[in-house]
Design a protein around this ligand. Structure first.
Ligand SMILES: Nc1nc2c(ncn2[C@@H]2O[C@H](COP(=O)(O)OP(=O)(O)OP(=O)(O)O)[C@@H](O)[C@H]2O)c(=O)[nH]1
Length: 559
């Protein structure tokens, strides 16, 4: 059998409702995270592009500034430098550059200038070597690390990769170095090791593959030889004296912490922002790596950038917005769920419980109509209520009726008498009572047994019921004694009715077969009477009828 009648067929269940709600929430979360993620990605890409742009322009500007600074520095030196430079240039031009041997060149310069010439060489291992060429002395390459540098320099010169140009004397090798010539205080002249334009070109060739936009830039360019800090390209104010070589040598130990950051940037080969930096807008970008020789010597080029609006700030703001959005959505969804649960479940359940407690029918409308479980609950409660009403009614009927005759029993009669008395008091209409008792019924029981007695009682009841009006109330008071209430009937009418019944009983075939008759006591309700008064007077009348010989009607009217 189906659980529900067709008209109660379920529409939507609580489970489905929850699933729909959770599905909606998840979909919203996925949407928010997807959109947020897309925006984040977009911003991140925009940020990377901005960084690349500032790198491209910034690095170029850095290089230009470095050279300009160097030139200004050299040009601003004392006239002695200019004179020395000019003299050196003329010397080399006059004699040509057949001698590509640095030692020979330095020696010749020394002799021409009449002053000592110092050669500073920075090796890839960052060892600074100084060799002094006195006008009349030979070369001394006995210092530590000189052999390597000497070899490289010799090669560069041997390959005729030497360039002379103003304002400094530059001996340029395509490999990685240029040399500047300048006065060294009162000690003579110096050849300094630097970087060639060809080398810078090589740097850019690598970089330009990665950088294609231009933007404002503020920062520095750095070189890292074999993973160790070398120097920024622009002239450091601290290095503006001619003892630069000494400063170069001291840099690694002074910049230990900085070096660590660069090394991390090199390790990442990309944009790097130190987590613990005291400059939150500083970035370090790895640009390129140049292999210096076959022995693994290499040079990394790095840039430090100052970003006006660090991308990470932007990204962080978006993340916060996404998180706040998600949190807000969760709060909103919770409030929505709460409202839904209250409207669709809690309130209908509470109303259902109240209706059930008051034994009232649960109305099936609104959420109760639409939600499967509520509908089932309401329907079952209503069905149970209807059943219990029927049962209560049946029990009530049972409690107020006589099982043998089906007439009202004493309890039922009491209730009817009270009702009729109340109506009488209300309407003023008369009320009569007949009290009927079989005569010598004991004899029948004794002679024929109780079963026959019962049968006679049932016949008597039928006869009484059949002999009165529809509105009259017939009941069994107990034993063989019966009561008939006659609403809207006065004493005369009651007497007539009693006479008629008495005759009918006397003529009843079954009663007559056993020689049975009945005595009647009749009375009417007086206005000041209670229920009890009416019955007692009827009982008195019955007693009188019995006493006067039975099979008669006796009347006791209110005094
Ligand atoms: N068969 C049967 N007998 C009943 C029932 N209730 C009462 N009686 C009998 O009714 C008889 C009443 O006897 P009594 O009170 O002496 O009255 P009576 O014999 O009718 O004599 P009077 O009333 O004086 O004429 C008793 O024998 C009861 O057992 C019943 O439900 N069924």
């Amino acid at each position: 059998m189906a659980l529900f009648p067709a008209r109660y067929r379920p529409r939507i269940g609580v489970g489905a409702l929850l699933l729909i709600g959770i599905g909606f929430l998840l979909a919203a979360l996925v949407a928010i995270l997807t959109i947020g993620g897309a925006i984040l990605l977009d911003r991140q890409q925009a940020h990377d592009q901005r960084v690349n742009a500032v790198l491209a322009e910034g690095v170029r500007a850095e290089l230009r500034a470095g050279y300009a600074e160097l030139e200004r520095f050299l040009e601003a030196r004392e006239p002695r430098y200019r004179r020395a430079h000019e003299k050196a240039r003329q010397t080399i031009e006059e004699r040509g550059i057949e001698e590509t041997d640095l030692e020979a060149l330095a020696k010749r310069l020394s002799e021409e200038l009449g002053d000592p010439v110092h050669v500073y060489i920075v090796t890839p291992e960052l060892r600074i070597s100084r060799t002094t060429f006195e006008p009349d002395e030979g070369l001394d390459f006995t210092m530590e690390g000189m052999e390597d540098a000497h070899g490289m320099l010799k090669t560069a010169l041997a390959e005729d990769q030497v360039l002379i140009g103003p304002p400094t004397l530059e001996l340029v090798s395509r490999e990685f170095r240029f040399y500047t010539y300048g006065p060294l205080g009162d000690d003579g002249y110096a050849l300094e090791l630097g970087l060639s334009p060809a080398f810078i070109d090589e740097v850019f060739r690598g970089m330009e593959e990665r950088l294609d936009q231009r933007a404002l830039y503020e920062g520095e360019l750095f070189f890292l030889v074999n993973g160790q800090w070398l120097i920024s390209l622009g002239l450091d104010p601290a290095l503006q004296e001619l003892n630069k070589a000494k400063a170069f040598a001291e840099v690694p130990t002074q910049q230990d912490q900085k070096l660590e950051r660069f090394q991390r940037a090199v390790g990442q080969r990309g944009l790097y922002r130190p987590e613990t930096t005291d400059q939150p807008r500083s970035y370090y970008a790895w640009l390129n790596r140049i292999e210096l020789d076959d022995d693994g010597h290499h040079l990394d080029i790095l840039a430090r950038l100052e970003m006006q609006h660090p991308g990470s700030e932007d990204v962080r703001k978006i993340w916060i917005a996404v998180l706040v959005g998600t949190g807000g959505l969760v709060v909103l969804a919770t409030a929505l769920f709460h409202q839904m649960a209250r409207r669709l479940l809690v309130t209908p359940l509470r109303q259902t419980a109240q209706a059930a407690a008051a034994r009232q029918t649960v109305p099936i409308h609104g959420p109760v109509r639409w939600i499967h479980e509520l509908r089932l609950l309401a329907w079952q409660i209503n069905r149970g209520l209807a059943r219990s009403r029927r049962e209560i009614h049946a029990l009530d009927q049972q409690a107020q009726h006589d099982r043998l005759t089906g007439l009202l029993n004493r309890s039922g009669l009491d209730q009817q008498i009270a009702t009729q008395v109340a109506q009488h008091q209300e309407t003023g209409k008369p009320l009569a009572m007949l009290l009927i008792d079989l005569d010598h019924f004991k004899r029948v029981n004794d002679e024929h047994g109780h079963a026959v007695g019962d049968k006679i009682l049932r016949h008597l009841a039928d006869q009484l019921r059949a002999g009165v009006r529809e509105a009259d109330i017939v009941g069994r008071w107990g034993g063989e004694e019966f009561v008939i209430l006659l609403p809207a009937t006065g004493l005369d009418g009651a007497q007539q009715s009693a006479d008629k019944l008495r005759r009918a009983l006397a003529d009843h075939p079954v009663l007559r077969q056993h020689g049975l008759t009945a005595s009647f006591g009749v009375s009417v309700l007086a206005s000041e009477d209670s229920d009890r008064d009416l019955f007692e007077r009827a009982d008195c009348a019955l007693y009188a009828a019995k006493h006067q010989g039975r099979n008669r009607v006796s009347i006791v009217s209110p005094s």
